[in-house]
Design a protein around this ligand. Structure first.
Ligand code: NDP
Length: 249
């Protein structure tokens, strides 16, 4: 089914490292045209060059997902360059975990801005195009934290529960309205990326580091799940993927 990926135009947010980077490289190797978005453009440039050196196609643009106009701009870039947009992978996120009592309110706000509003901004930016095309595919990275709450994860879990419920309603409304917009939500467990760098609380940082040292697996594993989702025939979707280390309880 991977032939179904060839020629697809895919925007990836949070493409400068981790899951986004791995997914960009894998989809490009299967013939997708990748539009990379994140704030660190030096990283995006390197990734785009690596994709092109391997025979793939990729462009990039600076994207802060918290700014609606920047989400609209990257959609315009994709359409102006490739004439259409098939998939948006809403993957940008951060996880500065801490106990509620630490009152790291700036970090709470950051998580809501990126993990929640970033998803809303991305969906708002693609909906007019998907409506006009009468087709589109929204894939989002939630987390196992969107399925199970845990101490230290109050706000992060909340943002990822939001992704889950929003995506489910998007799926239902798209089916009811006949817009042919498919959805897939991914719930990763411990994946070795730069995500833990966003934790400033010492206790949370040490606890997560120990967990990831014990169980963490490569971001390639999530890329493979996105590859599978994109490869599915147009009348099919797997709505939810929970994926992580086989030995993580
Ligand atoms: P990384 O830290 O490696 O990647 C996070 C990406 O998000 C970076 O590319 C970063 O780019 C981008 N990002 C952060 N803030 C913004 C912003 N305001 N605008 C645009 N891009 C932004 O971690 P992961 O690859 O692990 O994270 C990807 C997703 O996976 C996140 O949503 C995370 O919550 C989720 N996840 C990860 C798990 C894990 O174990 N790693 C488990 C479950 C879910 P830049 O800084 O250049 O803007």
């Amino acid at each position: 089914m991977s032939d179904n990926i060839k020629g697809k135009v895919v925007i990836i947010t949070g493409a400068s490292s981790g899951i986004g980077e791995a997914t960009a490289k894998l989809l490009a190797s299967k013939g997708a045209k990748i539009v990379l978005g994140a704030r660190r453009t030096d990283k995006l440039e390197t990734i785009a060059n690596e994709i092109k050196a391997a025979g793939g196609e990729a462009i990039y643009q600076e994207l802060d997902v918290t700014v609606p106009a920047e989400n609209e701009a990257i959609v315009k870039l994709a359409k102006d360059t490739y004439g259409k947009l098939d998939v948006i992978f809403l993957n940008a996120g951060l996880m500065p975990s801490s106990p509620i009592s630490a009152l790291k309110t700036n970090e709470w706000e950051q998580m809501v801005d990126v993990n929640v509003k970033g998803v809303l901004n991305g969906v708002a930016a693609v909906m007019p195009t998907f409506a006009e095309q009468k087709s589109g595919y929204v894939i989002a990275t939630s987390s196992v934290a969107g399925l199970k709450a845990y101490p230290g994860g109050a706000v992060y879990c909340g943002t990822k529960w939001f992704v889950r419920s929003f995506m489910e309603v998007l799926r239902m409304e798209s089916a009811m309205e006949g817009t042919n917009i498919r959805t897939a939500t991914i719930y990763p467990a411990a994946i070795n990326t730069e995500l833990l760098n966003t934790i400033s609380d010492k206790g949370s940082s040490e606890a997560f580091q120990a967990l990831y040292d014990q169980y963490g697996i490569s971001a390639d594993r999530i890329a493979a799940v996105v590859e599978f989702a994109v490869s599915l025939p147009e009348d099919t979707t797997v709505n939810e993927f929970t994926v992580g280390p086989a030995n993580q309880p």
